[in-house]
Write a protein that binds this ligand. Structure first.
Ligand code: HEC
Ligand code: HEC
Ligand code: HEC
Ligand code: HEC
Ligand code: HEC
Ligand code: HEC
Ligand code: HEC
Ligand code: HEC
Ligand code: HEC
Ligand code: HEC
Length: 334
């Protein structure tokens, strides 16, 4: 009997303690909104906040709340809070994460309760991006790529994660060809770096000190005096010997016997020809990237018909006669 009363007294004490210490059990509700008002300041609210589901993110502590100054009382550690519900980011996980996403710093870009921007963003791109990335690196150059100037960072980049480096939406030249004509990568001959999908071997993607976003200069004049520095872009990868050696049996296939025809056309102190008079830097419907038309006078385009042979080739330009060359035995064109 005494044991029973003893137990009852103990239970009563426990009940009293819990009523005092855990008021939630005794009183109807510990209503967050009775003290916290005006949390939704932006035009679009985060749905669980709008629904008053505060305790899905913050623990209900007690009347003595907040227990520790500076503690938000999150239900899980802060860096796991958002992923607690937004599991898609984890289940769709791709190999490359944006660093703040990998670190769970979702609130580097998103507001937690509400926002004036879509997707609860703290700001719209590009300003959102410039909170962490130095703006001058993107818009500070003499020539800025149009989508970059227009702040369309997300046209090329994923905000959270991607299958490849740099958070790109598509790999290699596929990215560029989302907006640019496929002609840059189609033809009978396609330039080496384009075959391998590397438009960015020649172009800077955000901005450049050179026209056409080029990595190195490529002159616009179609005639200029030749020096080994005359065509920095081409000579970044190709050896200028292909032009400078007047007699050669190896630096170029464009020769008649050992007479270097690149030298004949390009290597002149006065009116040397530009590479772009004959070669398309991207691709061509003829062999060896030879343009089908060279810029002529005014709007007149001079047609070029080029045919490659095993040991040389032949070329008919506009109304002129056909010239032939052969690397084995020099041909006489007269
Ligand atoms: C989706 C999760 C989530 C929900 C739901 C939520 N909060 Fe928060 N709350 C946060 C986060 C995250 C922070 C801290 C932001 C920071 O420190 O950058 C925060 C901060 C706060 C703060 C500190 C002041 C401030 O605004 O930063 C208060 C107060 C607060 N929440 C109250 C509430 C109340 C009341 C509700 C319910 C109406 C609520 N929260 C619902 C995630 C949430
Ligand atoms: C009785 C009034 C009251 C109620 C009810 C109340 N809070 Fe608070 N809360 C406060 C006060 C006071 C602070 C301290 C504000 C300050 O320091 O600026 C605070 C601070 C907070 C903070 C910020 C903590 C920090 O360290 O900065 C969060 C988050 C919070 N409350 C969430 C909630 C949630 C969620 C609820 C509902 C479950 C709730 N509060 C209910 C009065 C209340
Ligand atoms: C308690 C669950 C929960 C938590 C925790 C949570 N969210 Fe949400 N969130 C939702 C729901 C529900 C929606 C609306 C449905 C949807 O869009 O998937 C939503 C929508 C969103 C949206 C899309 C809004 C829009 O307009 O498209 C963003 C962005 C977002 N949450 C960010 C966050 C961030 C950042 C955190 C961490 C601070 C977070 N969420 C934590 C439940 C949650
Ligand atoms: C670097 C900035 C940045 C960070 C960090 C970031 N986001 Fe986002 N998030 C965005 C942008 C930008 C969008 C809008 C994309 C769009 O317009 O299509 C977005 C959209 C969303 C959406 C709604 C659309 C969707 O893709 O489902 C959710 C939910 C979301 N983010 C959750 C999160 C969570 C959870 C985290 C942290 C793990 C996080 N975000 C971290 C920039 C960020
Ligand atoms: C909260 C800060 C923050 C914001 C906002 C932010 N980033 Fe980042 N971003 C980072 C950090 C940190 C890195 C890693 C930098 C490093 O490793 O040097 C990074 C890296 C990157 C990378 C390189 C990824 C790689 O694979 O090397 C790209 C691309 C990028 N961010 C694009 C964006 C874009 C686009 C936006 C706007 C939608 C944006 N960032 C907004 C912090 C941010
Ligand atoms: C036309 C597509 C495109 C647009 C638009 C674009 N980027 Fe990029 N971005 C790239 C590519 C491609 C790379 C890969 C590195 C490279 O080739 O230079 C890159 C690399 C990056 C990097 C990592 C390397 C670095 O330079 O720091 C960051 C950060 C970045 N971009 C941020 C941005 C921001 C911010 C914007 C908007 C202002 C933006 N990008 C707009 C295509 C783009
Ligand atoms: C989101 C669409 C988009 C993507 C993706 C894109 N570009 Fe562009 N690009 C443009 C627009 C728009 C212009 C301006 C065209 C105009 O003014 O006629 C442009 C212009 C250019 C120019 C000419 C610049 C000048 O000064 O005339 C080059 C070169 C270029 N882009 C290269 C690239 C490369 C290389 C890539 C891939 C890394 C790429 N673009 C990806 C939209 C894009
Ligand atoms: C070998 C170097 C090189 C590569 C690789 C390269 N480009 Fe170019 N690109 C150039 C040169 C040189 C020009 C300027 C041509 C001129 O001035 O006539 C140019 C110009 C452009 C222009 C501007 C055209 C105009 O008429 O204004 C675009 C767009 C462009 N390239 C897109 C691309 C795309 C897309 C790729 C990848 C598929 C690519 N480029 C790869 C060298 C290259
Ligand atoms: C980023 C490096 C790079 C740059 C810059 C570059 N090229 Fe090339 N080029 C290559 C590669 C790689 C090949 C393929 C070599 C091979 O197949 O052996 C090639 C091949 C060629 C060919 C032969 C094409 C064929 O069908 O056989 C021509 C012609 C050519 N380049 C002209 C140029 C001109 C003109 C420039 C300057 C506008 C230039 N290249 C700039 C890398 C480059
Ligand atoms: C008059 C037209 C013409 C000009 C100007 C010209 N090329 Fe060529 N190039 C050709 C022809 C034709 C071939 C094909 C040779 C063969 O394979 O039979 C060729 C071949 C090439 C090749 C393939 C390798 C080789 O040498 O056989 C490269 C690389 C090249 N040219 C680069 C250049 C560069 C760089 C310039 C400017 C400095 C330039 N070309 C100027 C007509 C020209």
């Amino acid at each position: 009997m005494r044991r029973f009363w003893g137990r009852l007294a103990a239970a009563g004490a426990l009940l009293t303690i819990s009523l005092v210490l855990v008021p939630g059990l005794a009183r109807a509700e510990f209503k967050c909104s009775s003290c916290h008002r005006g949390l939704i300041t932006g035009s679009v609210a985060h749905p669980p906040v709008a629904a008053g589901e505060c305790t899905h993110c913050h623990r209900q502590l007690s009347d003595a709340h907040p227990l520790e100054k500076g503690s938000m009382g999150f239900v899980v550690p802060r860096e796991k809070l958002c992923l607690h519900c937004h599991t898609k980011l984890l289940t769709d996980s791709k190999p490359f994460f944006h660093k703040p996403v990998a670190e769970g710093k979702c609130t580097g870009c998103h507001n937690h309760h509400s926002s004036d921007y879509k997707a609860l963003l703290k700001d719209a791109p590009p300003n959102l991006c410039f909170r962490c990335h130095d703006q001058t690196k993107f818009t500070g150059a003499a020539f800025t790529h149009k989508p970059v100037a227009e702040g369309k960072c997300l046209a090329c980049h994923e905000p959270h994660q991607a299958t490849g480096r740099y958070l790109l939406r598509k790999p290699g030249s596929e990215l560029c060809l989302m907006c640019h004509d496929k002609k840059y990568a189609t033809g009978k001959s396609i330039h080496g770096p384009i075959k391998t999908g590397e438009c960015t071997k020649c172009h800077l993607v955000h901005g450049s000190p050179n026209r056409k976003l080029l990595k190195a200069e490529m002159p616009t004049e179609l005639y200029r005096p030749f020096t080994p520095d005359a065509f920095p872009l081409c000579f970044y990868c190709h050896n200028p010997d292909l032009v400078s050696e007047v007699k050669t049996t190896k630096t170029t296939g464009f020769r008649n016997g050992d007479r270097n025809l690149h030298a004949v056309h390009v290597n002149k102190p006065g009116k040397g020809r530009s590479c772009l008079l004959c070669h398309n830097p991207h691709a061509s419907s003829q062999d060896r990237l030879i343009y089908t038309h060279a810029p002529g006078f005014g709007s007149w385009q001079i047609p070029i018909r080029y045919t490659k042979t095993d040991t040389g080739g032949q070329c008919s330009v506009g109304c002129h006669k056909t010239y032939r060359y052969d690397r084995g035995k020099a041909l006489d064109n007269n």
